[in-house]
Ligand binder design. Structure first.
Ligand SMILES: *Cc1c(COP(=O)(O)O)cnc(C)c1O
Length: 370
């Protein structure tokens, strides 16, 4: 039997993509901010309701570019969450900054703003929270905290493309927000990403980061890298954007089916978007009462050719690449560690059949009862 994977990439109709890229065979301009790239940038700015969106070749390089573009002093501390994909923390470390781990809230896994003041030192320069699983952080309290302490705020918004908080686009919070358009995300350009900001100075620094700092043929004003989104990636983005509403609708219908089947259980709970958040159906994270139950469910699903994902597990500071670092040793994050040990993302994607959701829920509920 065919395996059911945790996610399955949606594609636009083949003919639509062919028509979109047909002009490239005439222009032979395949990258360097061509017509597809510029149309994609404009479409992003309109859809996300932001003054500036800067496309990048992937979300990780967008994160690194945004961190560098903030022009923080060398070696400063960045308060972040351990409950994230490795990319967030790798970006901080690879830019030469020191991650300081703040614990998360039990109810939704986002950074706990009540805890972050105690983590501040005279070297703290920025906060890098993550909107987790399509849920939005407590942006009001994080914003107030940052303003009080003179800190920059950069959001890892990889999970929240299309999400709104009280009607406002989730791309609009902080000094900048970083998206990923990886093939496993709700909205994809195969590989891709973007940084959104309202800050014109940041905008120029981001453009420099993605294209060597080259301003024109005879001027190179900054020591930038290369992280451009190609014309083919941008074309895929333009096509997928046309189908995004349908994509999100199908995902949310699937999530609602899971919620109906798994509601009212004491052994497990779904981490759903909090009140006021209009989600995007990106993930179906279930937190079990114990790690043993989570691992049993994972194994039973695997035995039935259903591949769920322990996402985010292990916790980033517990990974071998950070073993022995003072910042990982300093992490006091009991809530995040407990969530990571008990969470399991169940399969969720646009074409997942309802009877497959039922089969998955049957296995989960049988395990929970035994
Ligand atoms: C996917 C993801 C990234 C990295 O994005 P890529 O496009 O894969 O480089 C960063 N942070 C989070 C939370 C992610 O889910």
């Amino acid at each position: 039997m065919k395996k059911t994977t945790v996610t399955l990439t949606s594609l636009p109709p083949f003919e639509e993509f062919c028509a979109q890229i047909r002009p490239l065979w005439d222009s032979r301009i395949l990258t360097n901010m061509g017509t597809q790239h510029e149309a994609f940038r404009a479409a992003l700015e309109q859809y996300l309701e932001v003054p500036h969106a800067v496309p990048f070749t992937n979300g990780h390089l967008a994160l690194e570019a945004a961190l560098r573009a903030l022009r923080l002093p060398a070696g400063v501390e960045v308060v972040t969450t351990p409950f994230t994909f490795v990319s967030t923390v790798h970006a901080i470390v690879r830019c030469g900054f020191v991650p300081v781990f703040c614990d998360v809230r039990e109810e939704d896994g986002t950074l706990d703003p009540a805890l972050s003041e105690s983590l501040l030192t005279e070297r703290t320069a920025a906060v890098l929270p993550v909107h987790v699983y399509g849920n939005v952080c407590d942006v009001e309290r994080i914003g107030a905290f940052a303003a009080r302490n003179g800190l920059k705020v950069l959001y890892d918004a990889a999970h929240v493309f299309g999400v709104r908080l009280h009607g406002e686009s989730a791309a609009r919070f902080g000094d900048a927000s970083v998206f990923s358009f990886h093939a496993t995300k709700v909205f994809s350009t195969v590989e891709g990403g973007a940084v959104c900001t309202a800050d014109g100075t940041l905008l120029q620094a981001l453009e420099d980061e993605k294209n060597f700092g080259i301003r024109d043929e005879e001027h190179c004003a900054a020591v930038g890298g290369n992280a451009k989104l190609s014309e083919l990636q941008a074309a895929m983005g333009l096509c997928n954007l046309r189908h995004l509403e349908e994509e999100i609708g199908l995902r949310k219908a699937c999530a609602a089916h899971y919620a109906a089947r798994l509601a009212g259980r004491t052994e497990l709970r779904i981490l759903s978007p909090r009140p006021g958040v209009e989600g995007n159906g990106a993930y179906l994270p279930v937190v079990f009462g114990t790690q043993a139950l989570r691992d049993t469910v994972f194994a039973r699903l695997a035995a039935a050719d259903i591949l769920a994902r322990k996402y985010f597990y292990p916790l980033v500071p517990d990974l071998e690449c950070y073993a022995g670092t003072p910042f990982a040793a300093a992490a006091r994050v009991p809530v995040a560690r407990s969530l990571a040990a008990r969470v399991l993302c169940l399969p969720l994607f646009a074409g997942l059949p309802a009877d497959e959701v039922d089969r998955i829920c049957d296995i989960v509920l049988t395990a929970a009862r035994s």
